[in-house]
Design a protein around this ligand. Structure first.
Ligand SMILES: [Mg+2]
Ligand SMILES: [Zn+2]
Length: 183
């Protein structure tokens, strides 16, 4: 592996960013893509970014859904996005919660956003340059995880939960990222 050539990623939150927010989504049939999400991912693919989904799934800790079902939902998401020409390069999810009903998942883990564990795990697996990567999400915890992982949280890791760019949806975020890279 040539370490000099690192990949850049756009990390995407899942629920409310790529697909419609459904409270405690736990079955594939309930999954709906947000308008333009698949096409926006295709634009990122063409621009040379790895597209990696990073999602907290406390539904597992609550016992509403197994990890197998989370993976089934992710598979359906991958297919819906592919139907619009987009490719998701990897999925990461955190099934843990300190308040979990299911004991096996009752854990103060490093992967639950706002912690940057999933992004760091992905960085190793995909040889990412995190400083040159982006995160798009719809919650403060997404922004904080992105800032910390990309080294923009300050020396004390006390990032403000404020995005570098705020917009209505994923297509608008992708237009901003791609426009910025073109300069
Ligand atoms: Mg979300
Ligand atoms: Zn976790």
């Amino acid at each position: 592996m040539n370490r000099a050539v690192l990949n850049r990623a756009v990390f995407l939150d899942r629920d409310g960013t790529i697909n419609e927010e459904v409270h405690l989504l736990h079955e594939p049939a309930a999954l709906r893509l947000l308008p333009g999400a698949g096409k926006a991912i295709a634009v990122l693919n063409k621009s040379g970014f790895k597209v990696l989904v990073v999602s907290n799934q406390p539904v597992v800790a609550r016992g509403l859904c197994t990890e197998k079902e989370v993976r089934a939902i992710n598979d359906r998401l991958r297919k819906l996005v592919a139907g619009e020409g987009g490719k998701i390069d990897g999925f990461y999810y955190c099934p843990h919660s300190t308040l979990a009903e299911v004991e096996a998942y009752r854990l103060d883990c490093d992967c639950r956003k706002p912690k940057p564990g999933m992004l760091k795990q992905a960085a190793k697996a995909h040889d990412l340059d995190l400083r040159a990567s982006y995160l798009v999400g719809d919650m403060a915890r997404d922004i904080l995880a992105g800032k910390e992982a990309t080294g923009h949280a300050g020396l004390d890791c006390q990032a403000e939960a404020r995005a570098d760019f705020e917009c209505a949806d994923l297509p608008a975020a992708v237009a901003w990222i791609v426009g910025r890279e073109g300069k």
